[in-house]
Each structure stands twice: as structure tokens, then as C-alpha cells.
Design a binder for this molecule. Sequence first.
Ligand SMILES: [Zn+2]
Length: 178
Amino acid sequence: MHKSPHPYPFLEVQNVCDDLVREIVRGYKPGIDLRVSDDSPPNMIVGARVAMGSNVRSGIPTVHIYLREWVMAFYGMCNQDELLFETTFVLAFLHELTHLALGLVPQHDVPLDPEEMYVSEEIVCAKTCEIMELFVGAGRQLLPTDQAFHDAWIKCGRNKDTVSWKDFVGKRYSKNKS
Ligand SMILES: [Zn+2]
């Protein structure tokens, strides 16, 4: 068997992905739509994390991938580190799938209000942090922004209902909002 010098938790990540897609298909009959776009993320995609977002467009759960933003992310925040880019991309994608699987996305082409957004991120980021632990366990590095989420998650005892977790997520998202 080929052994990668930089292990990627393929099986675990695929299982998480399968579970999320199953949940999305159960909740929304039309399945899922992936949109790869050359534009910049519009403001209405409130769930945007790094260069990806999700919403329900005319009843269809949709993940938007902003390709140009990802190219900039490779040269910018990932500093051309291929492994870091890979980890960041997969985490962002699974983050958006989690929004859709839990129904915590803008519905009917209307953005979430700020309060709804905080609550959705408290829940979805907690799940993303669980997924991060798969990568950390495989020896992968995280972006400093993702690392901060991971650290806050460990610090609050992996409990999304704690005040410290809610505070952390609230601050993160209000800072990025305006
Ligand atoms: Zn989100």
C-alpha cells in the first residue's frame, strides 16, 4: 500500500462527507448543487467561510465555490503550501455541507439575520472543529484562523453550549461581518 509522507485522513473525511450528503438529500429532495464561480462572493451568501458559501437557491441546496478567491488563498494565506491549501479547502467544503445538512443556511434566497447567523455558526463551527481534529490527528497544520477555532473548541471542553464558545464564535463573525 502506498504510504503518504503527509497522511490525509481519507477514510474518516469521506465518511463525514457521506453522512452530510445523506442528511442533505434527506432534507431536500432535489439533492445538491455545486456552483464553481469566477466571481467574487456576493454579500448575500452570509455563510461564506474563506472562499466558499452555501444557501438554498429556489429550493435547491447549493455550495458556492469562488475559484478566484481560492487561487488568491493559495498564494496568500496558504503561502503556496499545498498541504495547508488542501486541508483548508476540504474543511471549508465540509463546513458548507454541514450548514446544508443541518438546514442552517439562508433559505429562499434571503440572507440570515445576524442573530440567526451567530447561532448557526456556533453549531456548524463546532462540527467543523470535530472534523479539524481528524486533520490535526493526522499531523496536518491548520490556517491560523482555523487553529484559533480549534484551540477555542478544545478550551471550552468541546461543548458548543458553553459561554466561552459562544463568545468566541460571536466575536469571530461580528469582526468579519462589516
Ligand atoms: Zn459557516
